[in-house]
Design a protein around this ligand. Structure first.
Ligand SMILES: [Zn+2]
Length: 493
């Protein structure tokens, strides 16, 4: 071996020895406390905000709260109206009366069926079974109300939309599970809503629906009203002249499922763990990162999304209307369900994971931060891939951005149920989890290496290809100029 080779080897060994030292934990992380997190969650998940349905007054109050926290930190507003990214959608409500259903010529009592969002439907004829090629424009029947049956049905029905889908559900399990709604949020360019409807039959009508040969269905036109919603967006500009043009995106959804009026005992779905907890972590990460003596090298973008529960609508809107260039968005850490720890293997204190674990180098940053703060990194073998496509990280991954959802746990007893209340969260563990998330974000922001997809993982090919294609198409658009922040947006008349 020649001398230069030996020198290189010695230098490498020295660097390796140095990197074995645990990296410093910035004291700013210690300001993220259980009490602060509890403060945010208890407000966002209070009954007064009525479950933060998209759209609703409670949702807007939550958005104002998030904006006020960003304002207090003097973060740069990125929206069209201060911190708000204004979104114009429409709400489709089924007509409250005048819907009629007849089975084998006999009218069904309206108290034994309910209908999903839609309108202007008239259909009549023999009831078809669910089979490819036999559903278009017809009245179709599903054999059971099991979610797996419905998921299979949706795949067939998408290609040949029927007029009506009858679902016998004797014990009203779908309503209790909160599946299907007489109201829908309509987004321009989104999938057509209300083209066909599901009719769920309960009690004695379920047996009738299961055996009937013919049906007739009438539904008056739907009511359509304009809706204005907000994503909330703020920026902490990076200190490094070169790296600062790229941003690490931290996100959480602040909406939930609103009110279920037929659940008289407790009609409000507070969504404390899902996802007031993630929103609280976003706010605390923002506060801790903004209070560092030296700003992180890369910029950090903070986004609170609406409409996640309606199908990731807020994040999908954002990737079509980005406030910071997508090709300058280096990674996304999305925060979900940070507060509950009591369910066992995948939901217990002292641990952390990301969905799509192993898909990108973000995994290493989170794994390292988890270890450095004394927690255990775990992988949910069953859900790792499935959960990756079930939250707001997905629209960013589909744009080629390494994007994951961080969570210390998965299932919990009150998922999408009225019992998801702020008093039930494990705030001591949430403090630990929030510090891990913030430390991982900070290290990604300061790393000389840009996060990248792990090409050895077959599942990531389509995301990595998208990233490569976009890099080829746009060799790097300029970072937006610093705005003179209108901390007080113009008053509305
Ligand atoms: Zn959620």
């Amino acid at each position: 071996m020649h001398r230069r080779g030996l020198w290189a080897l010695l230098l490498c060994a020295a660097a390796a020895a140095q990197s074995n030292q645990p990296p410093a934990i910035p004291p700013a992380l210690e300001s993220i406390t259980a009490a602060r997190l509890r403060g945010h969650v208890s407000f966002l998940a209070s009954d007064l905000l009525e479950g933060r349905d998209s759209p609703s007054r409670g949702l807007d109050i939550a958005a104002e709260y998030i904006a006020s926290q960003f304002r207090a930190l003097d973060l740069e507003p990125l929206g069209d109206n201060g911190y708000f990214q204004t979104i114009h959608w429409e709400v489709l409500d089924s007509a409250p009366t005048g819907i009629t259903l007849t089975l084998d010529g006999a009218p069904v009592d309206p108290k034994f069926f309910r209908v999903t969002a839609g309108g202007s439907i008239d259909a009549e004829g023999t009831i078809a079974n669910l089979a490819p090629g036999e559903t278009e424009g017809r009245i179709v029947r599903l054999e059971s109300a099991k979610p797996s049956t419905i998921a299979d049905a949706i795949r067939i029905l998408r290609n040949a939309p029927p007029a009506v889908v009858l679902i016998p559900d004797e014990h009203d399990t779908l309503r209790k599970a909160g599946v299907f709604n007489p109201r829908a949020l309509i987004t321009p360019g989104g999938p057509p809503r209300g083209k066909y409807v599901y009719v769920i039959l309960t009690g004695p009508a379920a047996a009738l629906a299961a055996s009937a040969a013919t049906a007739r269905f009438h539904m008056p036109p739907a009511l359509i009203t304009p809706a204005r919603l907000w994503n909330v967006a703020a920026l902490l500009r990076g200190s490094d002249p070169a790296l600062g043009a790229a941003a690490i995106l931290l996100s959480a959804h602040y909406d939930h499922e609103g009110v279920r009026p037929d659940n008289a005992a407790d009609p409000i779905l507070n969504g404390a763990n899902d996802d007031a907890s993630g929103t609280a972590v976003l706010l605390e990460a923002a506060r801790a990162l903004a209070s560092l003596p030296e700003r992180p090298k890369r910029s950090i973008l903070f986004l609170a999304f609406v409409g996640e529960e309606k199908g990731m609508l807020g994040s999908k809107h954002y990737v079509k209307n980005p406030l910071w260039p997508l090709d300058r968005t280096a990674a996304n850490l999305n925060f979900e369900m940070f507060g509950r720890t009591e369910e066992g293997e995948y939901t217990r204190p002292g641990q952390m994971t990301i969905t799509g674990s192993g898909f990108s180098t973000v995994t290493d940053a989170v794994r390292q931060a988890t270890a450095d703060l004394g927690a255990v990194y775990f992988v949910n073998k069953q859900g790792n891939e499935e959960f990756f496509s079930r939250s707001d990280n997905l629209p960013f991954a589909l744009q080629g951005i390494p994007a994951h959802t961080l969570t210390p746990g998965f299932s919990f007893a009150d998922y999408h149920a009225p019992g998801d209340e702020w008093q039930k969260l494990d705030y001591a563990n949430m403090q630990l989890a929030a510090r891990i998330a913030t430390l991982a974000a900070l290290r990604l922001a300061n790393s000389p290496d840009e996060p990248s997809w792990n090409l050895n993982e077959p599942s990531v090919q389509r995301y990595a290809e998208r990233q490569a294609a976009r890099r080829k198409a746009t060799p790097g658009s300029p970072a937006p100029e610093a705005t003179q922040p209108p901390h007080q947006p113009p008053l509305h008349p």
